[in-house]
Ligand binder design. Structure first.
Ligand code: NG1
Ligand code: ZN
Length: 531
């Protein structure tokens, strides 16, 4: 039996007072900040155990992403920067909900089931977003880490993807990069500057980008990063956190769901703008056309742009690597059709939640995954990375091949392969647009989105809805899917589905159809069927 008496004594300083039942979901724990003190302590403990088990550095990120400022949350980051292994999500849930006197019993159970040797050293890195509650909560997580005799390093204010990057660097002998925020800026900016070197004719106009920082950590970190970009990107930053409230009427989630521009940003027709979310792991682009119509370029458009670029480079490099795209049920039908029918790319649909997409994307040489809301990245298999590297060094290859391989190599270095990353994705998009000499309008015109609508429905218990087929069909309650099917039939080019949210106490309804009026109507009728 491990000696957990000291840990128990420390836990008494962070009691589970409210008795709220929480579940470790796709985004870790998320709820009102005042309900999280004991959860943070226990997640610090779990991170220490996970570190002992994996003999690797583990990350604890304190954030509630796009949720309101009053909320907070916590996510654990696994050794290669991935999301926490599923089996441990269950431990997280048990620990977070345990009564005071059961805490030691549950810790003991985890230690035994996982055969954890408690004498093994542990190391946990901690990061937090800019929420007012985050500092105290991250200190509580650190108390939990210390309570099990683990070492830690507090990286302070970082974006979620920066912490994932740092964890990965620690566990790869810094092969992935230097394990610091500066190391992250250096790695990404070097790759970005290499890519844009090949675009000597870019005017200042093309270099200009307006960024909505959602009044969060992304704004803070982009300001720091700007110094590394040598004016190769001219950023006007709005909602930088100096005046507005986090995620309030701004940010990627607001823009995507409301399909309108954020408050606090001045936009002229044709100007390229983008929004981050509250922890800077998502990005969406948008612009106004000359008729003042708002155009959104979401995760699907981003995936399409990146896939087009990669496929072109692979052709030029004469490298035979399989590229696949992973989406979720929320992907616009037009994007799927374009990717499959025009680009002849294999497309897969995964369940909502980054870990599902990430997992699927790992199966290909190059897996591009994006949620429609702008969360995504590109994964290169070890073999693909090796082939690209070999081609860069191959003296028998043609100049065109080597140049394409170098572009692929820099693309690879610019991408944060551990998780979706607003800053990294934004820099990649900017580099691609520059290299292809493309305007945001030309990018938008690759295909036309089907009008769509997303709504939330409050129900007594969202868990009565169960889904299958990557959440595209409801299997319970009985009759619901039949009702949706008969509504969908009444519209053309239509599709609709419902699923319980993993991060909010709501059911989400999604509908698309030939016109916006029809998409709105269909979404409305389906939400009535959910009650
Ligand atoms: P839920 O609340 O389960 O729909 C939301 C997003 C996910 C993902 C998670 C985690 C939508 C429709 N859902 O999940 O894509 O980003 O938050 O942050 O955007
Ligand atoms: Zn986020």
């Amino acid at each position: 039996m491990a000696d957990l008496e000291g840990a128990f004594q420390m836990s008494l300083l962070h009691p589970n007072l409210k008795g709220v039942i929480l579940q470790y979901g796709t985004a870790g724990f998320r709820t009102k900040a005042e309900e999280l003190d004991h959860v943070m302590f226990r997640m610090g403990q779990l991170a220490a155990l996970r570190s002992k088990k994996t003999k690797s550095t583990i990350g604890v990120m304190v954030t509630a992403s796009h949720n309101p400022e009053e909320d907070n949350g916590v996510k654990l980051v696994d050794p290669l920067g991935e999301m926490l292994a599923s089996a441990w999500e269950e431990y997280a849930t048990q620990l977070a909900n345990a009564e005071e006197n059961q805490l030691t019993v549950i810790l003991e159970k985890i230690i035994q089931e996982e055969k954890i040797e408690m004498h093994i050293g542990a190391f946990v890195v901690v990061g937090r977003d800019t929420r007012p509650s985050s500092l105290k909560l991250s200190q509580t997580a650190i108390d939990g880490i210390i309570s099990l005799g683990s070492k830690h390093k507090d990286y302070g204010l970082v974006t979620t993807p920066q912490l994932h990057y740092i964890v990965c660097c620690h566990n790869t002998n810094q092969m992935y990069g230097t394990a610091s925020v500066e190391g992250y800026y250096e790695k990404l900016s070097k790759a970005f500057l290499e890519l844009t070197k090949q675009t000597p004719n870019r005017t200042d106009d093309h270099k200009h980008l307006k960024v909505d920082g959602a009044n969060g950590i992304g704004a803070l970190k982009l300001k720091e990063m700007e110094n590394y970009l040598q004016k190769k990107l001219l950023i006007s930053l709005y909602n930088d956190g100096t005046a507005g409230k986090l995620n309030h009427l701004c940010g990627a989630d607001y823009v995507k769901v409301q399909q309108k521009r954020p408050e606090g940003i001045r936009m002229m027709a044709g100007e390229r703008c983008c929004s981050y979310d509250g922890d800077a792991d998502r990005v969406v682009y948008y612009y106004y056309d000359s008729a003042s119509l708002f155009h959104l370029l979401d995760g699907d458009k981003i995936a399409t742009l990146i896939t087009t670029f990669l496929k072109e480079l692979l052709t030029k490099a004469d490298l035979h690597l399989q590229v696949a795209v992973v989406q979720t049920a929320y992907a616009n039908g037009s994007s799927t059709r374009y990717l499959e029918e025009t680009m002849k790319v294999e497309v897969h649909c995964a369940k909502t939640g980054v870990k599902h997409l990430h997992h699927k994307a790992q199966q290909f040489d190059i897996g591009v995954y994006f949620e429609a809301n702008g969360h995504g990245t590109v994964l290169f298999s070890k073999d693909a990375q090796k082939k690209i590297q070999q081609l860069v060094e191959n003296q028998n290859a043609s100049k065109e091949q080597i140049n394409a391989a170098k572009l692929l190599m820099n693309t690879l270095n610019l991408i944060n392969q551990t998780v979706g990353d607003a800053i990294s994705d934004m820099l990649l998009i900017e580099a691609i647009l520059a290299l292809k000499g493309m305007t945001v309008q030309q990018w938008d015109a690759i295909y036309t989105d089907l009008p769509n609508r997303q709504v939330k429905v409050k129900v007594a218990d969202r868990r009565v809805i169960d889904t299958t087929d990557a959440e595209r069909r409801a299997v319970s309650p009985p009759g619901l899917q039949e009702a949706i099917d008969s509504l969908v039939q009444k519209y053309s080019l239509s599709r609709a589905f419902v699923r319980p949210s993993g991060t909010e106490d709501v059911v989400r309804v999604y509908a698309e159809a030939d016109t916006q009026t029809n998409a709105d109507l269909l979404a409305h009728k389906v939400s009535l069927a959910v009650y």
